[in-house]
Design a protein around this ligand. Structure first.
Ligand code: 5GP
Length: 203
């Protein structure tokens, strides 16, 4: 009998360039995880696919999603809107999948208020110098946007205390293991296993 069939909501945030995309790509190779695809007003980057990386919206479309209560959370980040479509997340959690949201800090804290049982994980490179190098190497943003994102990284540090976990993303395999261990531990919490406990008691 499955006593613990509701999925865990996992929010992963991290500075732009923290490598969270790579970590998540590895995690979702395990079909137990479901990744939420966000809506955004940002322009697609080369290689980004509609419905896979994002649902690309214009500002009016995004505002109507807010108005129609279709988003679990939303935030403005570096002059663009980003938001999590609600329906997908609710359905996957009900199916027992562990749902990953890859979102920035303001949205993450909104999710924590709505779902106090979710886990907030913040991924960081070992230091901000490495972050700058990674952003430059990625080459998807011009220097002006890189500076803006580095500035934003410093502001995001003010929110970090609202997170449950902070994980240094240095060696990819170790990072993935740490995140998987956090999720495993979450599944083992007594609060998530009330039905098992009742069964053990013969109730
Ligand atoms: P990027 O433009 O690099 O794809 O994303 C910029 C930031 O927006 C990242 O920190 C990313 O995690 C965040 N983000 C992506 N989707 C969402 C979302 O649905 N909601 C919120 N609040 N942030 C998001």
């Amino acid at each position: 009998m499955n006593h613990n069939n509701k999925g865990v909501l996992i929010v992963i945030s991290g500075f732009s360039g923290s490598g969270k995309g790579t970590v998540i790509k590895e995690l979702i190779k395990n079909p137990h995880y479901a990744l939420s695809v966000s809506a955004t007003t940002r322009q697609p980057r080369i290689g980004e696919v509609e419905g896979v990386h994002y649902f690309f919206k214009n500002k009016d479309e995004f505002l109507s999603m807010i108005k129609n209560n279709e988003l679990l959370e939303w935030a403005e980040f570096c002059n663009n809107y980003y938001g999590t479509p609600k329906q997908y997340v609710e359905k996957q959690l009900a199916k027992g999948k562990d749902v990953i949201l890859e979102i920035e800090v303001q949205g993450a804290l909104q999710v924590k208020q709505l779902f106090p049982e979710c886990i907030l994980i913040f991924l960081t490179p070992p230091n901000l110098k490495i972050l700058k190098q990674r952003l430059e190497k990625r080459g998807t943003e011009d220097i002006f946007i890189i500076e803006k994102r580095l500035q934003r990284a410093k502001e995001e540090l003010d929110y970090i205390h609202g997170y449950d976990y902070i994980v240094i993303n240095d060696v990819l395999t170790e990072t993935i293991l740490k995140v998987q261990n956090i999720v495993q531990a979450e599944h083992c919490k007594t609060i998530r296993n009330q039905s098992l406990i009742r069964d053990l008691k013969g109730e």
